[in-house]
Design a protein around this ligand. Structure first.
Ligand SMILES: Nc1ncnc2c1ncn2[C@@H]1O[C@H](CSCC[C@H]([NH3+])C(=O)O)[C@@H](O)[C@H]1O
Length: 340
């Protein structure tokens, strides 16, 4: 369990209050390709200006801000990447997550936070996004979000394949399956498995491209629609809900758990993966903040704990209910079995 720190000083409050400036310095640097320009080299502000869209003053100001944050480091008269920036923010590096930060976090999540005050007080304007369905009625938004999410979920999908034994399952129902990253990883790990993904139409059309690229179009199919209102397939040997609970009204979560129990075949596995905070409500910090982030565009979202999800599963008749860490400090997996 996380034990949260209790702050003592004004400086510690300032670190939080002005943290958004640091976030934006990082995103803007990615936007102008700065970490790729500095990759494996040391450049003066003049040289950075010559290789980027920045003029000398703006290059100097941005480099100074990034150096103060530790993203860039001073080397004589020049600037170079910190080891972390070199490994994770340079285009083409194996663990580069710059595009995820640029597109999903800067372009989509950051502006959503500006509507958090209204979301918390239940006073969002009609034209503000208040659900995934609203948001993804715009095909470009659905594409932008889903492509980043896909990249982020392939790894956890491979992890899930090792955490839950699906070797006897023939059919998976992936509710809110997005562009199919989890279905793809699970189908690759379990050759007998086929999957049906329930998600909105504008997400399905992006996912179909990814699934075709993986050569899995004969094993993974969409049923486009709203999982809360449209019909589900009648049966499945396994049901997955990954990041679905954070995207629906909290009041819908118990019904989703019961519905998984209804469609699952006896002996079938139910897996829930999401941002979950500890029972003591002290963290982890990123899980708690991601839940708050979801509230900004889904004001009826609920801050859930793994014990809450496990309790719902047990109440719906599941046994062998287990809780495991999926992405440390951020997400948990709760899974159970419908009794055989
Ligand atoms: N009511 C709903 N019906 C169907 N899909 C939904 C609903 N609410 C949210 N979603 C989808 O839930 C997904 C959350 S993103 C997670 C995608 C995927 N399960 C993964 O873990 O990578 C998005 O693709 C949303 O479109």
């Amino acid at each position: 369990m996380t034990a949260a720190r209790s702050l003592e000083t004004a400086e510690e409050i300032s670190d939080i209050a002005f943290g958004f400036m640091g976030s934006k310095a990082l995103f803007s640097a990615l936007h102008v390709g700065l970490f790729s320009i500095l990759s494996d080299t040391t450049l003066t502000p003049e040289e950075v200006a010559a290789k980027s869209l920045l003029d000398l003053d703006r290059a100097t100001t941005l480099l100074t801000a990034l150096t103060s944050l530790g993203l860039v480091r001073k080397d004589g008269a020049g600037f170079t990447n910190s080891p972390a920036a070199e490994a994770f923010l340079v285009k083409g590096r194996k663990y580069d997550f710059g595009d995820y930060l640029r597109f999903q976090i800067d372009r989509q999540m950051y502006p959503f936070m500006t509507q958090l005050n209204d979301a918390l007080t239940d006073s969002l304007d009609q034209d503000q996004v208040a659900s995934y369905e609203d948001w993804f009625s715009d095909p470009e938004e659905a594409r932008l979000y889903s492509r980043s999410q896909h990249a982020g979920s392939l790894g956890p999908g491979r992890g899930l394949a090792k955490m839950v034994d699906l070797s006897t399952a023939k059919t998976l129902l992936d509710v809110g399956g997005g562009t199919g990253a989890f279905s793809i990883s699970l189908c690759k790990a379990y050759p007998q498995l086929t999957s049906t993904i329930l998600d909105f139409p504008n997400v399905a059309s992006v996912g179909e491209e990814f699934i075709a690229e993986e050569g899995l179009s004969d094993r993974i199919a969409y049923r486009p629609g709203n999982a809360l209102t449209d019909p589900w397939p009648e049966s499945a040997d396994a049901v997955l809900m990954s990041y679905l609970f954070s995207g629906v009204p909290g009041s819908a979560i118990p019904g989703l758990v019961r519905k998984a129990g209804e469609v699952l075949a006896p002996g079938g596995r139910f897996m829930v993966h999401d941002f979950m905070v500890d029972e003591n409500r002290e963290g982890p910090k990123l899980a708690a903040l991601w839940q708050l982030q979801h509230t900004a565009f889904n004001p009826e979202a609920r801050s859930i704990t793994s014990a809450y999800v496990a309790g719902l599963m047990e109440a719906a008749g599941f046994d062998q209910v287990r809780t495991e860490v999926m992405i440390p400090g951020m997400t948990m997996l709760v899974h159970g079995r419908k009794p055989a």
